[in-house]
Design a protein around this ligand. Structure first.
Ligand code: 13P
Length: 253
């Protein structure tokens, strides 16, 4: 059975003390999770080592990276590799976040390389994708999303999908306070699962967790997460406050 996941993407926020304070608060607040639920935070890479250390004393708080380079090592100033993530006990990574696509020119073909590099290192991929406002308005959003999946992921073997989580994040809903309606989220998640089913079959498609991201808050999380094809959320702004993040975690149940 696929798992429900709430993951916090801290983006480029919080200094050392703030990051440690938030992690400590989360560790103190997080209760035992049921078998089918996961909770994760994705801090800036400079904080990964200390956050992993604090989280290791928790009841299942997982830690993921926000990005990684496709090469194992080399002359790539400012970058971090999958091998480095692994060596700090980081076993998951966000790839393809819309901010990486928009500001750092990451496209589906580069992301395909990153996906392969992460999986080769045994790192779970949380693959982010979603349409921009213009694409929704001109009704190409289903095609855009299909291409984002096909070009970066559909070369994988069915057996590799147990290390892939999908995070649909419509760009027009990120950081805008304007969330997709539960119906819009369900409609797109059902589309994503049907595209997966067409290529990999029902058993594989049914096992993949598909998260929704974009202005998820304590007051809308429950309704979004209760949609049949929504398996949790990737949370930006609301993951920076313990109370808000934990309320969203509670909305998984
Ligand atoms: P917000 O929750 O701040 O809209 O950000 C969503 C996001 O980009 C998570 O990756």
């Amino acid at each position: 059975m696929r798992k429900k996941i709430v993951a916090g993407n801290w983006k480029m926020n919080l200094d050392k003390n703030q990051a440690l304070a938030l992690t400590n608060d989360l560790v103190d607040t997080l209760c035992d999770l049921p078998e089918h639920q996961r909770v994760m935070v994705c801090p800036p890479s400079i904080h990964l080592s200390s956050v992993v250390e604090v989280a290791s004393g928790s009841k299942g708080l997982e830690v993921g990276g926000q990005n990684m380079h496709q090469a194992r090592s080399g002359a790539y100033t400012g970058e971090i590799s999958g091998a480095m993530l692994k060596s700090y006990g980081v076993n998951s990574v966000l790839l393809g976040h819309s901010e990486r696509r928009a500001y750092f020119h990451e496209d589906n073909s580069l992301l395909r390389e990153k996906v392969d590099a992460a999986l080769a290192m045994g790192i779970e991929v949380i693959y982010c994708f979603g349409e921009i406002l213009e694409e929704r308005e001109n009704e190409t959003h289903f095609d855009v999303v299909s291409s984002q999946l096909q070009e970066a992921l559909f070369h994988l073997e069915a057996s590799q999908w147990n290390r892939v989580v999908l995070a649909y994040e419509p760009v027009w809903a990120i950081g805008t306070g304007r969330t997709a309606s539960p119906e819009q989220a369900q409609e797109m998640h059902a589309h994503i699962r049907s595209v997966l089913t067409d290529t990999y079959g029902t058993e594989c498609a049914d096992g993949v967790s598909i998260l929704y991201g974009g202005s998820v808050k304590p007051d809308n999380a429950k309704e979004i997460f209760s949609q049949p094809d929504v398996d949790g959320g990737l949370i930006g702004g609301a993951s920076l406050k313990t109370e808000d993040f934990m309320a969203i975690v509670a909305a998984m149940s």
